[in-house]
Design a protein around this ligand. Structure first.
Ligand code: ATP
Ligand code: RIB
Length: 312
């Protein structure tokens, strides 16, 4: 019997990346050397990360009926992602992200949502209906239509399939979904913003950042907060927070580091790992990903992740 499937519900973009010495301020122009085109979108990136980590992956989302969309799907299939759940929509463009990366690997991103904003809840429900019986984890991120996000989390909960909800960006619909008990994976800023959104602030507690405890109380489920160069921390109901260190990394571009974390986390959860073990693997994979420009360029395959984890 084949391993449980990872289902990713999220955005698909093409990323246009300019590397410049520093990020522009408001109203300012900075000039970089050239422009690179990379596959992007938080859903598509996480799907690729999960597939490279060894999972069977089905992606649910939407692209426009244009050359950009066709190229995005071809790239995803080349990485082993099943795109049968991606709708090809007339009359809307494929999503585009305009990204500037500075000399320190920091980025600035503006997204034109295009087809991502048109992902229909009914499409999500219908696709999940057929795949949930063999799913090990559903990973949802929030760059798509709010109703589609809600449909995914609700369907996973109703089917009793483990659900990871990456609140990136923090949008109001997330507040309505906390009662379904998804494993939340915010970065530290998103953690604070989400806690404020649901009026459930909590102070920092040891290695747990502000808001984390309050979110755990709301979901009754673990929250895994990513902390950039400080790795991640797992906060669970009724226990001490568990810090997970990163691997040392030379940072060239952190775009997609969070997506790598989420995709590998979902892959390992679907494979049956406990949450802390899955977060350890996800954190290591994300650390490996930041050494290259482009969201997916540095995403490691399973063998590279295993080798890095085995290195003392
Ligand atoms: P992004 O939005 O840039 O994709 P994020 O804000 O969602 O990322 P981060 O918390 O910045 O997520 O990073 C995710 C993971 O990437 C971290 O948990 C860590 O494993 C890895 N990472 C990020 N920055 C570094 C770094 N400087 N050194 C080592 N690992 C890093
Ligand atoms: O998380 C990184 C992604 O965010 C980029 O690939 C870009 O497309 C935006 O969606």
């Amino acid at each position: 019997m084949s391993a449980p499937v990872v289902v990713v519900v999220g955005a698909i973009n093409v990323d246009l990346v300019v590397a410049a010495a520093r990020l522009p301020g408001p109203g300012e122009t900075v000039v970089g050397g050239g422009v690179q085109r990379h596959g992007g979108g938080k859903g598509a990136n996480a799907a690729v990360a999960a597939a490279r980590a060894g999972a069977e992956v089905l992606l649910i989302g939407a692209v426009g009926a244009d050359d950009t969309g066709a190229a995005a799907l071809a790239e995803l299939r080349a990485d082993g992602v099943d795109t049968a759940g991606v709708a090809v929509l007339d009359g809307v463009p494929t999503g585009v992200a305009l990204i500037v990366v500075d000399d320190h690997g920091e980025n600035q991103i503006a997204v034109g949502a295009g087809a991502n904003a048109a992902v229909e809840a009914e499409h999500v429900r219908e696709t999940l209906r057929t795949v949930l019986p063999r799913a090990g984890c559903v990973l949802v991120s929030t760059e798509i239509a709010a109703a589609a996000v809600a449909a995914a989390v609700e369907a996973a909960a109703a089917a009793g399939v483990r659900c990871v909800l990456n609140p990136a960006p923090v949008v109001p619909v997330v507040a309505q979904l906390l009662g379904h008990g998804p494993v939340l994976t915010p970065n530290s800023t998103e953690c604070r913003h989400l806690a404020a959104l649901v009026d459930a602030d909590s102070p920092a507690e040891g290695v747990a950042p502000p808001g984390a405890r309050a979110l755990v109380a709301r979901t009754g489920a673990p929250v895994a907060v990513t902390l950039g160069g400080d790795g991640a921390v797992v906060v669970v109901p009724g226990a001490d927070p568990c810090p997970v260190p990163p691997l040392p990394a030379t940072v060239r571009d952190t775009t997609g580091a969070g997506d790598t974390f989420n995709g590998v986390l979902a892959a390992r959860m679907a494979a049956g790992d406990g949450l802390v073990a899955a977060v350890r693997t996800a954190t290591a994979a994300a650390s490996l990903s930041v050494g290259h420009v482009g969201a997916r360029t540095g995403m490691p395959h399973a063998a590279a992740i295993a080798a890095a984890l085995a290195t003392p």
